[in-house]
Design a protein around this ligand. Structure first.
Ligand code: SF4
Length: 69
């Protein structure tokens, strides 16, 4: 699961950083994923943050893994 914040939608409420402070932060008044935490989408707190974002600015995308073998 890959996390990203759409800066076009985010209006900087800070809810994401409040709900999951180990994954989200607020930079220059906008929500952002802390570098290196983009793959934390499975964490229940992150789920809450995604669902609780008032502007639906947080996207969680399935990472496609290259087939092995
Ligand atoms: S909760 Fe949503 S609108 Fe608020 S700072 Fe985070 S991404 Fe932006």
């Amino acid at each position: 699961m890959k996390l990203s914040v759409d800066p076009e939608r985010c209006y900087g409420s800070g809810d994401c950083a409040y709900r999951a402070p180990s994954v989200f932060t607020v930079v220059d008044g906008f929500g952002a994923v802390i570098p290196g935490r983009e793959d934390a989408g499975d964490d229940p707190k992150v789920r809450e943050a995604v669902e609780g974002c008032p502007s639906q600015a947080i996207t969680v995308t399935e990472e496609r893994r290259a087939p092995t073998g």
